[in-house]
Design a protein around this ligand. Structure first.
Ligand code: HEC
Ligand code: HEC
Length: 291
């Protein structure tokens, strides 16, 4: 009897421990504040374009993505997710956000109240940003014109509650090997742009049945709804020169003379074409490193 009781207590404690580890709000300092200098805003603007935020946070149906007012629908196997308004409107956007809120959201996928964002928001990629970069992004977003628009709530499978993302995060952490490190500075910068800021892997790396990226098959191609996303690992790009990759990321022209289509067009228009030449070189160096 006594033994059973001890086991029960132990089990209860373990469950509480696991729940705590899963649901605890990550320790993010509330001492930090958002910078307001012109330099910080300019750095933030660059990070936001390199991060491709506008590809998702634009208005639905907008031909040329201009504002970050949200509403764009992301169709996935797990439901339809709407990127919210990230302009500084106090009611419908992020007007009341603090530095801590940006760090929690971009690096941990948690809302200001501690709730969970769905991983349609690529926060696992952005987790590799430095705190300073995240705060510069916040500074830039806060400098935008506020737009009043409430994005719809996500439409998900009936079993998919926000809190289940706690378990997903836990499994994704276990599934993800430690990031590879590179001695070559250009390649290291390219790896950061590809895997973190530019989140190329979110589309080009296959996922397991839970939607967790299978990084052991990084960049070997995937599917995105109906669309096929080509492999872009060293093997797939063996025939491409560094210049081919550079030119592709600038204007979308492939070495065979064709222009890319689909979602990649968007990535090039809003993201890679706006990078500095050096950063495009870094991406090319990273993807071509094995050749
Ligand atoms: C692939 C699409 C996608 C990209 C790229 C993306 N986001 Fe998001 N983002 C989302 C979705 C979807 C949500 C809402 C997730 C949810 O409903 O749980 C979101 C949520 C957010 C939120 C929380 C807003 C709120 O009101 O709670 C912030 C802030 C944010 N994103 C900022 C950014 C920034 C900054 C970038 C670029 C560095 C970025 N996002 C890139 C899809 C995206
Ligand atoms: C939103 C999803 C998405 C993201 C993010 C994305 N891609 Fe793509 N990419 C695609 C799709 C879809 C295609 C295929 C388009 C087509 O052929 O019509 C593609 C094609 C490509 C191709 C051409 C491959 C070939 O053999 O023709 C290259 C190279 C490429 N992407 C590189 C990148 C790099 C580098 C990044 C990160 C900076 C990136 N992609 C981010 C969706 C994405």
């Amino acid at each position: 009897m006594k033994k059973q009781k001890i086991i029960l207590v132990a089990l209860a404690l373990i469950s509480v421990g696991i729940a705590y580890a899963l649901f605890a709000v990550p320790p993010v300092s509330s001492e930090v504040s958002l910078p307001t200098s012109e330099e910080a805003i300019a750095r933030g603007a660059y990070l936001v374009s390199a991060g491709g935020c506008i590809s998702c946070h634009r208005a639905e149906g907008e031909e040329t993505a201009e504002t970050f007012s949200g509403g764009f629908a992301l169709e996935t196997d797990f439901g339809t997710f709407y990127a919210p308004n990230i302009t500084p409107d106090a009611e419908t956007g992020i007007g009341n956000w603090t530095a801590r809120d940006f760090l929690l959201a971009l690096k941990h996928g948690r809302s200001p109240g501690g709730g969970f964002y769905y991983p349609a928001f690529p926060y696992r990629a952005y987790a590799g940003l430095s705190d300073e970069e995240v705060l510069d992004i916040g500074a830039y977003l806060m400098s935008l014109d506020a737009v009043s628009y409430q994005a719809p709530e996500a439409e998900t499978a009936s079993w998919l509650f926000r809190w289940t993302v706690a378990g997903w995060n836990f499994m994704a952490d276990r599934a993800q090997p430690a990031a590879e490190t590179f001695n070559d500075e250009l390649v290291a910068r390219g790896a950061y742009l590809a895997n973190n800021l530019g989140h190329c892997s979110e589309c080009h790396t296959p996922r397991n049945s839970l939607g967790i990226l299978d990084t052991s098959r990084a960049y070997t191609g995937a599917t995105l709804g109906e669309e096929t996303v080509e492999a872009i690992d060293a093997e797939a790009l063996a025939e491409w020169t560094i210049n081919n990759v550079d030119l592709f990321l600038l204007i979308g022209l492939k070495p065979n003379g064709e222009f890319v289509g689909g979602d990649m067009n968007d990535v090039i228009e809003h993201n890679t074409s706006k990078l500095t030449d050096e950063d495009r070189d870094a991406l090319a160096a990273y993807f071509k490193r094995g050749n």
